[in-house]
Design a protein around this ligand. Structure first.
Ligand code: ADP
Ligand code: GLC
Length: 508
C-alpha cells in the first residue's frame, strides 16, 4: 500500500481526466492533466494519464492496442478498446475508445467533449453525459490490468471521474487478486470547479449499476440526484482543490454551489495546491507561437509582439495605447459582465482591448456589438484558438481576469511570465498568486499585478485605472512590475512536490 512505501521510493500514479492538452481541451483541466504527469515523472515517479478517445484526440499520434473490454451499462454490456500514446518524459497516455460516446458524428461542435450545438444556436450538455462518464469510469478500472504498471494512486479529477472511487470500493475491491490488487489502490479527488457536479436524475442509478442502498445523503445522493462530484468527495481517500484559498472558499455557500456542507464536514481531508505552468510551452523565451521571443533581461521582443497582435486583430498600431488582453471561456465565472460594463469607458480613454474567447451567447453578442462600435480599438476573436491565446499573453500590456470565482487559474500565471501584469479579483487561485502593487510591495519587489475584492464594475474600473495610470505615467515602475512577475517561479515542480506529499499521505 502507498503508506507502506519507504519515503522517497517511487510511486505509481494514474491521472484520470476527461481532457488532456494535446488530445482534447476546453480549459485549464487539460493543461493540468497534461503537465502534472511529466512533472511527477521528473521527480522519479511512474506516472500515466488516461482519458476518453475524443474526436480531437485522433489528430494526435495515437495507436490502438489489442486490449478490448466490455462494461455493464444498465442491463447491456458496451464494448471499448484501449489506445495509447505518450507525453514528454515517456509518460504513457491511455485512451478509452468508444465512438458512440466520445467520437459521435457532430459536425456542429468540433470539440464536443461535453456539449453539442442545439438548433437554437446554444450549447447544451449531451443528454447522455451520465452514461458516457459511467462508461469511462468503469472502463478505467477494467483496463488497469493492461497498463504498463499497476497504480498505487488513482488521481481523479472533477465530476467526470467522480464515480471511480465508488466503483473501486463498492465493486472492485472484492475482485482483488495478486495480479489485480484493487484493494491496494488509493484515491485522490481533485476539484477544479465546484460549478460542474455531474448531477443526474435518480433513475440513472440502475444505469450506473449502483445499488439503491448507496442512494443516501452519506453516499452518492444529493437532493434526490445522483451527484458524481459529491460521490467522489465522499469516497476518495483525500480531496484537494487547485488553490488553498478556494479550498477554504468552497466551504461557504457563495462558492460551495450547494456542496459547502459536505466539504465542511470533510474539511480534515481537504487541502489546496495551486496549479503550475508548463514553461516549455508558456514562456516568451521559447514560445513558438509569438512574433518575437523575449525575457526579463530583454523586453524588446514584447514591443514586436504587441505590434503583431495589433495587426492580427485589426487594432490601430499604436505602441503607446495600453492594450488590455482577455483569454477566457466567456461564462459568468470569468467576470465577463464586469468587463462588458467597464469596456466602453476604457475604450473612450484610448485604451485598446484584445479578446479571445467562446462561451455564452449573451457574451458573444455583447462583444460583437462593442467591436462594431469601436473599430480599431476592440479586437475580438470568438473561438478556441490556442496559438492566439499565446499571442495575446505576449502582445497585451495588461491582462484582465476579474473572475467571480477562480479555483486556480492558469491565464494569470501565464500573463505573469509574459510580462503582462494581471488585473484580478482576489479570489481562489488569483488571490494566492497575484500580489497587489502598493507602495510597500513595489518597494520590496513583491508586487506582480493589481487586485480588487468586491465583485463590482466600480471596483474593476478603479483597479483597471490604477494599472493604466502606472503603465502610462511611470515606465520605470511598470518595467519593475513586469520583471517581478516574469521572474516568479510558478513551475509544476513546486506543485508536483506538494502532490507527492499528498499521495504519500493517502491511506494513513
Ligand atoms: P478555466 O480552466 O477555468 O477555463 P484557466 O485559466 O485555468 O481557466 O485555463 C484556461 C486555459 O484554456 C488556458 O490554457 C487558456 O489559454 C485556454 N483558453 C481559454 N479560452 C481559450 C480560447 N478561446 N482559445 C484558446 N485557449 C483558450
Ligand atoms: C478549472 C478552473 C480553473 C483552473 C482549472 C485547472 O477550469 O476554472 O481556475 O485553473 O480548472 O485546475
Amino acid at each position: 500500500m502507498v503508506h507502506d512505501k519507504r519515503p522517497g521510493s517511487p510511486l505509481n500514479i494514474l491521472v484520470v481526466a476527461s481532457e488532456v492538452v494535446g488530445f482534447a481541451k476546453t480549459g485549464g483541466l487539460a493543461d493540468v492533466a497534461g503537465s502534472l504527469p511529466t512533472a511527477l515523472a521528473r521527480r522519479g515517479h511512474r506516472c500515466a494519464v488516461i482519458l476518453p478517445l475524443h474526436h480531437s484526440a485522433r489528430k494526435a499520434s495515437v495507436t490502438p492496442t489489442e486490449h478490448t473490454f466490455t462494461v455493464p451499462i444498465g442491463d447491456r454490456r458496451v464494448a471499448g478498446r484501449l489506445w495509447r500514446s505518450s507525453l514528454p518524459g515517456d509518460v504513457p497516455v491511455y485512451l478509452i475508445e468508444q465512438d458512440d460516446y466520445f467520437d459521435r458524428d457532430d459536425p456542429t461542435v468540433a470539440r464536443g467533449i461535453y456539449q453539442f450545438m442545439a438548433s437554437d444556436g446554444t450549447r447544451k450538455d449531451y443528454l447522455d453525459n451520465c452514461e458516457r462518464f459511467v462508461f469511462f469510469n468503469r472502463a478505467v478500472l477494467e483496463v488497469m490490468p493492461y497498463l504498463d504498471s499497476w497504480p498505487d494512486v488513482l488521481h481523479t479529477n472533477d465530476w467526470q471521474t467522480g464515480l471511480l472511487p465508488v466503483y473501486l470500493r463498492e465493486q472492485y475491491d472484492v475482485r482483488s487478486d495478486g495480479s489485480a490488487p484493487y484493494d491496494r489502490v488509493r484515491t485522490l479527488m481533485t476539484i477544479h470547479n465546484m460549478a460542474f457536479q455531474g448531477a443526474f436524475w435518480h433513475l440513472d442509478m440502475p444505469l450506473a449499476g449502483l445499488d439503491w442502498k448507496l442512494f443516501v445523503p452519506e453516499k452518492v445522493e444529493f437532493h434526490n440526484h445522483l451527484n458524481f462530484l459529491k460521490a467522489g468527495i465522499v469516497y476518495a481517500d483525500r480531496v484537494n482543490t487547485v488553490s488553498p484559498t478556494y479550498a477554504q472558499e468552497i466551504q461557504t455557500p457563495y462558492y460551495g454551489c450547494g456542496l459547502q456542507g459536505v466539504l465542511y464536514a470533510n474539511r480534515q481531508r481537504l487541502s489546496g495546491i495551486v496549479n503550475g505552468v508548463d514553461y516549455t510551452a508558456w514562456d516568451p523565451r521559447v514560445d513558438t507561437h509569438i512574433a518575437a521571443k523575449y525575457g526579463p533581461d530583454d523586453l524588446a521582443g514584447k514591443r514586436e509582439c504587441k505590434r503583431a497582435l495589433q495587426a492580427e486583430l485589426g487594432l490601430a498600431e499604436d505602441p503607446a495605447a495600453p492594450l488590455f488582453g482577455i483569454v477566457a471561456r466567456l461564462t459568468d465565472q470569468k467576470g465577463v459582465d464586469l468587463i462588458g460594463a467597464v469596456a466602453p469607458g476604457l475604450l473612450e480613454r484610448g485604451v485598446q482591448i484584445a479578446i479571445l474567447g467562446e462561451g455564452d451567447r449573451k457574451y458573444h453578442q455583447l462583444f460583437t456589438v462593442l467591436a462594431q462600435r469601436h473599430p480599431g480599438r476592440l479586437g475580438l476573436k470568438l473561438g478556441f484558438i490556442e496559438p492566439l491565446a499565446h499571442r495575446i499573453e505576449a502582445g497585451a500590456d495588461i491582462f484582465l481576469m476579474p473572475s467571480a470565482y477562480e479555483p486556480s487559474g492558469l491565464n494569470q500565471l501565464y500573463s505573469l511570465r509574459y510580462g503582462t501584469p494581471p488585473v484580478v479579483r482576489a479570489t481562489g487561485g488569483l488571490a494566492d498568486t497575484v500580489v497587489d502593487a502598493t507602495p510597500a510591495s513595489m518597494a520590496d519587489g513583491t508586487a506582480t499585478g493589481f487586485r480588487f475584492a468586491a465583485y463590482s464594475a466600480a471596483a474593476l474600473w478603479q483597479t483597471a485605472l490604477r494599472a493604466e495610470a502606472m503603465y502610462r505615467d511611470d515606465p520605470t515602475a511598470w518595467q519593475q512590475l513586469m520583471r517581478n512577475g516574469m521572474t516568479r517561479d510558478w513551475s509544476w515542480d513546486r506543485s508536483a512536490a506538494e502532490y507527492e506529499a499528498l499521495y504519500r499521505a493517502l491511506g494513513t
